[in-house]
Ligand binder design. Structure first.
Ligand SMILES: [Zn+2]
Length: 170
């Protein structure tokens, strides 16, 4: 049906939603024209509540459309879902843009600050101004705060930022 969408794209969408089951669910949607919550539950074995949660997330991002009918026997609503493939690319682009923005802010922060660290795993690093206020002592473990070289962090962030810019054609 929607074979034009490659699985990598779908994986990225599922990843962005932060739901492991989303991968299976989007796979089902991809291979059917229109489907209901129950049909997805039968095919995947995922609990109906999780399915609905994921579907509403997708719906929030306009990645699926929803049609409602009423079951003539029970009188309950039946929800029919359909993947909106034309929205997927836009969704991924906007997700990437969000990540790029966050990473750029983080990169600038790392570049513009000197950091101090006690060396204890789990403790945080402090920028110079805060370190002075703390009198060069870690408030968590009590060890002295030493200058921390963040070159590796800066270059890793810069690499990611550059890659995203390229992918976004910026
Ligand atoms: Zn510490």
């Amino acid at each position: 049906m929607l074979s034009s969408i490659d699985d990598t794209t779908l994986m990225k969408v599922a990843e962005a939603l932060g739901e492991e089951d989303a991968i299976k669910l989007i796979g089902i949607l991809k291979n059917s024209d229109e489907t209901t919550d129950d049909e997805i539950a039968n095919k995947t074995g995922i609990r109906i509540n999780s399915i609905r949660k994921i579907l509403y997330k997708l719906y929030d991002h306009s990645l699926v459309s929803l049609r409602r009918t009423r079951d003539p026997k029970t009188g309950w609503f039946i929800f029919h879902w359909r993947l909106q493939p034309d929205q997927l690319e836009g969704f991924i682009v906007s997700q990437k843009r969000r990540v790029l923005e966050k990473l750029s802010v983080r990169l600038e922060y790392e570049k513009n600050h000197d950091f101090f660290y006690c060396g204890t795993p789990g403790c945080r690093r402090f920028p110079f101004e805060e370190t002075v206020e703390l009198v060069f002592r870690c408030p968590t473990c009590g060890k002295p705060l030493m200058h921390f070289d963040n070159d590796k962090i800066v270059s890793a962030l810069a690499g990611k930022v550059e890659q995203l810019r390229k992918e976004l054609g910026e």
